[in-house]
Design a protein around this ligand. Structure first.
Ligand code: ZN
Length: 428
């Protein structure tokens, strides 16, 4: 189905009319410092915003046991949030179109040292075309765009002619358990759209991600007898070097993984946090390293976990100190597999049409070497999982920012996509 020229123009004009309000709401969202474990207030805000729009609301917490039983469930750690997941559901008078999930996450990554930001990280300053702030691009702009699409239709007396679930999740940046929980709660649809900041392109494939912590125990002595002790920090260097070898082996296999053969370095191992020792004059007795490793689509998370364990067992056996004190490995976050969006779905065709109307260009795709919640819908619901959103810079870095002109374009494209995919009916 394609939208008429008249309907297309009315919808895009309505997106334009609502855009100032959309930007203001995005700024309000950025003001919530919703780092991991601190998403409760922003979820209350989202709950009210969706309820005030007449959606049927549900708010629920994570079911740790159900998540643990699921192959895509990530282990809980002490840092796991207890903030709820919020879903608002639109039900049409008559279900004539195809149903849809519009999903976004409210959790944002840590800011790092605030003095390295030009403006305070949660102050949503606008300069020229850019809206600044931690989590603005990733992904509160997209989150509000999901809502703005329904507002744009409502402003011209329309609503989707199919069920639409607007999902606001947590834990996207650390486990993916929020998205998984919506699946376990029973939500599904004919397609999902997640407007992550993907530079107006469609994600064709992405990697899975594992988080694990390696803990090395040493033998503490006074440094004057250093030779008799065993330095946990020195041993951590050997563990980290060894894990870099595993990373290199995995990157060397990229040719066997369609969509990833053209990337320079598809598998990224990140040492994200390190701590150890007690002070300068004792040989350190402990060191902990937090690691993040990606994996190609089609690889099972449990298999890669075993590869990591086997790799470090081999290292330990050949190491005079680690042989007696092997490192402890704890999987404590992401346990997610990658996915491929198979070309040719009706949902992708509808989004491509909408994108082309708004931008004048064909929709391009890209391959991302990072985690995306779309994997839950692609792998477990087996529905077309579209990840497509605005142009951004510096996500997860300093001075994160999102382009407002791009945000308006992708909101227009999303509104046309929803009208096309779901159909529209008159609001009463
Ligand atoms: Zn994101």
């Amino acid at each position: 189905m394609t939208l008429s020229a008249d309907m297309t123009q009315r919808i895009l004009a309505s997106v334009e009319d609502g855009f100032a309000d959309q930007v203001a709401m995005t700024q309000e969202m950025v003001r919530f410092a919703s780092t991991r474990g601190h998403e409760h207030a922003v979820q209350d805000y989202v709950f009210r915003a969706l309820r005030d729009r007449g959606l049927t609301m549900e708010r629920f917490s994570m079911d740790e046991e159900a998540i643990a039983r699921h192959p895509g469930g990530a282990p809980f750690s002490a840092d796991h949030t207890d903030a709820p997941i919020v879903v608002g559901t639109h039900r049409p008078k008559q279900e004539t179109g195809k149903s849809l999930i519009l999903q976004a996450h409210v959790d944002v990554v840590p800011t790092g040292p605030a003095d390295m930001w030009t403006h305070p990280p949660f102050d949503p300053v606008i300069e020229g075309d850019w809206l600044y702030g931690r989590g603005g691009a990733d992904m509160k702009a997209g989150h509000v765009a999901n809502i703005a699409v329904l507002d744009a239709l409502a402003r011209i007396g329309l609503a989707p002619a199919a069920t639409v679930h607007v999902q606001s999740v947590v834990e996207e940046e650390s486990t993916g358990n929020g998205a998984l929980m919506t699946h376990l709660q029973g939500y599904s649809a004919d397609a999902v759209l997640i407007p992550e900041p993907e530079d107006e392109m469609l994600v064709r494939a992405n990697t899975g991600v594992l988080w694990f912590q390696v803990e090395i125990r040493g033998h503490p002595v006074h440094v004057r007898e250093m030779g008799q002790g065993a330095n946990a920090i020195d041993a951590a260097y050997r563990v980290m070097e060894s894990l870099r070898e595993l990373e290199a082996q995995m990157n060397a296999q990229k040719g066997a993984h369609p969509h990833f053969e053209g990337l320079d370095h598809p598998i990224n191992l990140n040492f994200g946090k390190i701590e150890g020792g007690d002070w300068a004059s004792s040989v350190p007795a402990w060191c902990r390293v937090d690691c993040r490793l990606s994996l190609y689509p089609g690889m099972a998370a449990a298999d890669v976990e075993q590869q990591v364990r086997d790799h470090l067992t081999t290292l330990s056996r050949a190491d005079a100190f680690l042989a007696n004190t092997p490192p402890q490995i704890t999987f404590n976050g992401f346990f997610a597999e990658g996915y491929v969006l198979e070309p040719g779905s009706d949902a992708e065709a509808a989004l491509a049409r909408a994108h082309e109307v708004v931008t004048g260009d064909a929709l391009k795709d890209l391959v991302t070497p990072g985690y995306l919640d779309t994997r839950v819908y692609a792998l477990y619901d087996r529905i077309p999982a579209l990840c497509y959103g605005p142009i951004s810079q510096n996500i997860h870095g300093f001075d994160e920012r999102v382009s407002l002109a791009s945000l308006k374009r992708i909101t227009g494209a999303m509104a046309l996509f929803v009208a096309d995919w779901c159909g529209v009916e008159a609001r009463e």
